[in-house]
Design a binder for this molecule. Structure first.
Ligand code: ADP
Ligand code: ASP
Ligand code: MG
Length: 425
């Protein structure tokens, strides 16, 4: 029996009872003969609460200090979990991300892992301990400051440790039974997916299915680490994310034509109004945004009104970066040259994902028909080989997701999807 890395999300360790339940599960894996490394998130909505607190003392908190604050959340759960495991008669040691050897770049609040040197973790499990690691955090190679990996980053910690420790599998325990064809909180008829390829999962995650963070899937694909997403509240088999379909008994699992529908209401739209329609304008707008270290998602440029020679450029970005983007553009208004800026945070994105799209030309038309039948107006469109996304009004999102899910025959005709915990925040 080899080493397994298990990750427990915030909803699985939301209170003392949850921590004791998770401790029992970890001990069970150890009793079954595995070496166990468990990565934990902060309890319940702790991270959100700490961010709210920080914003009460400073509207734009300093990145370094915010990271110091947020990493405390995961340290609370790791220590409590180690205590609960010891109470069950097993040895456990907790480690911060830095102690676990998670080395990152120095970009606060969304650092990237550049190396993992898990010597202390390896030594601890070799001595017979269960190692508990605080997720979502590391230490900067350059500045030696504590960093965080961005929201949902404990998923990435788990996969990165699984790769560095050459684990058999990375198990992601959460509050639903696996990856579904849509968010079960929005579509009660969503179906659990038995197996999904890294490619489709990457698109779903990047399009807002927060059951797995897209950086974690990227990492797993690069190092070919199979992920098993499952519930910490049930004993059911969950969803396998890997390069090749896994067999279920004698049945060979097939690649689905359409994997699912994702939605995202965490983005906002910035429109730069009155941009001179000449070469170099888009370059200077997006250089300004890039220099502020902001990642953008969709971009659209309207045709210029011939009489004015001016055009509008819209792009979407995480709401959390909205203030920074507006400030950066305003600061460079003179050099870029535009009339005004519009900021709209009442948007939502709906995406349909599936490898079958490559060979089925009807999918795009069916997608737009489903949206139009649901009375949903489309504001922006973007596509990749295996994904099509639209931006709509935020209020239209739940209805649109359900309409698309039904139109593509994804509704389950048996059980309703179970959500065991969490607040969906
Ligand atoms: P954790 O605290 O375990 O990290 P998250 O809240 O980050 O949990 O992720 C689990 C949540 O992801 C679920 O409760 C569900 O609402 C949401 N979710 C969104 N899309 C999907 C999907 N396609 N399949 C399953 N869950 C999804
Ligand atoms: N606690 C962090 C968050 O809420 C990291 C995580 O849960 O993965 O984003
Ligand atoms: Mg998560």
């Amino acid at each position: 029996m080899g080493l397994v890395v298990q990750k427990y999300g915030g909803s699985s360790v939301a209170d003392a009872e949850g921590i004791k339940r998770v401790a029992k599960r970890i001990v069970e894996a150890k009793r079954n003969g595995h070496q166990v490394v468990a990565v934990v998130s902060a309890m319940g909505d702790t991270t959100d609460e700490l961010i709210d607190l920080a914003e009460q003392v400073s509207p734009i908190p300093a990145g370094r200090e915010l990271d110091m604050l947020l990493t405390a959340g995961e340290r609370i759960s790791m220590a409590l979990l180690a205590m609960a495991i010891k109470n069950l008669g097993h040895n456990a040691q907790s480690f911060t991300g830095s102690q676990a050897g998670v080395i990152t770049d120095s970009v606060h609040n969304k650092a990237r892992i550049i190396d993992v040197t898990p010597g202390r973790i390896k030594a601890s499990v070799d001595e017979g301990n269960i190692a508990i690691v605080a997720g979502f955090q590391g230490v900067s190679q350059d500045t030696k400051d504590i960093t965080t990996l961005g929201r949902g980053g404990s998923d990435t910690t788990a996969v990165a440790l699984a790769a560095a420790l050459d684990a058999e599998v990375c198990e992601i325990y959460t509050d639903v039974d696996g990856v579904f064809t849509a968010d079960p909180r929005v579509v009660t008829k969503a179906q659990k997916i038995d197996w999904i390829s890294f490619e489709d999962m990457l698109e779903l995650a990047a399009s807002g299915s927060k059951v797995l963070l897209h950086r974690c899937v990227e990492y797993a694909r690069r190092y070919n680490i199979p992920i098993h997403v499952r519930s910490s509240f049930s004993g059911l088999r969950g969803t396998w994310v890997s390069s090749e379909p896994t067999k279920q008994g004698d049945k060979q699992v097939e690649q689905a034509l359409i994997s699912g529908v994702a939605h995202d209401t965490s983005e906002a739209k910035v429109t730069v109004v009155g941009v001179p329609d000449k070469p170099g304008e888009a370059a200077s707008i997006f250089r300004t945004i890039a220099d502020a270290e902001i990642n953008i998602d969709m971009v659209v440029q309207n045709v210029s009104a011939a009489s004015t020679g001016l055009t509008d450029i819209s792009f979407t970005l995480p709401k959390t970066e909205g203030r920074k983007a507006i400030d950066a553009l305003e600061k460079n208004k003179g050099t870029i040259g535009f009339d005004s800026l519009r900021y709209d945070d009442q948007i939502g994105k709906i995406s349909l994902v599936g490898a079958g799209m490559k060979t089925n030309p009807g999918v795009t038309a069916d997608f737009f028909t489903a949206l139009s039948d649901a009375g949903v107006n489309i504001e922006l469109i973007s596509t990749s080989e295996i994904r099509i996304s639209v931006v709509t009004r935020k209020d239209d999102v739940p209805g649109a997701v359900r309409a698309v899910h039904s139109a593509f025959g994804l509704d389950s005709d048996s059980d309703e999807a179970v959500v065991y915990g969490g607040t969906g925040r």
